[in-house]
Design a binder for this molecule. Structure first.
Ligand SMILES: C[S@@+](CC[C@H](N)C(=O)[O-])C[C@H]1O[C@@H](n2cnc3c(N)ncnc32)[C@H](O)[C@@H]1O
Length: 144
């Protein structure tokens, strides 16, 4: 662990879920003092990948339903917190850095969630090449 996420969410029910859920909540990534040097030059990036631990989920389900469409899917085709390795991945917008505190927008994890790693977000995949799998079908049904 390299730090913890400070977010407005103390309970999972407070975190927006399902189709069209907006993740624009502000939070702070508090990096431990011994890792602060590793933040050098991070200010130049607008967005970051945050890798973190689902530290309050229990066990895993290889095939189960998620709030998006109520249909069962394989866990690796979802973003379910109940995974064999409980690792979360969130893209956040980096608003500013104050020493070892990174102020960000777009948190979707509980307060005090352990952070495993940070990496700059650089997407080189053109939008027309992205396939959205079963989520595209769920989105289409929801707009009908
Ligand atoms: C659908 S997951 C997606 C998380 C991340 N964006 C991802 O793709 O890995 C987000 C949900 O995980 C749950 N969650 C958030 N923080 C958690 C934590 N620290 N421990 C266990 N569950 C958590 C909440 O129910 C939240 O709505």
């Amino acid at each position: 662990m390299i730090g913890v996420a400070r977010t407005p969410y103390s309970q999972t029910k407070e975190i927006p879920k399902g189709l069209g859920a907006k993740h624009d909540a502000m939070g702070t990534l508090e990096i431990l003092p011994e890792f602060e040097t590793g933040l050098t030059d991070i200010e130049g990036f607008s967005h970051l990948f945050v890798l973190w631990v689902f530290d309050r989920s229990e066990g895993f389900e290889l095939f189960g339903t998620v709030p998006i469409d109520g249909q069962p899917h394989g866990v690796f085709a979802t973003r379910s917190p109940r995974r064999p390795n409980p690792i979360g991945l969130t893209v956040v917008e980096l608003l500013r850095r104050e020493g070892r505190m990174l102020h960000v927008r777009g948190v979707d994890m509980l307060d005090a969630t352990p952070i495993l790693d940070l990496k700059p977000y650089l997407s080189s995949i053109p939008a027309e090449k992205l396939r959205r799998g079963w989520i595209a079908g769920a989105e289409m049904r929801a707009t009908k």
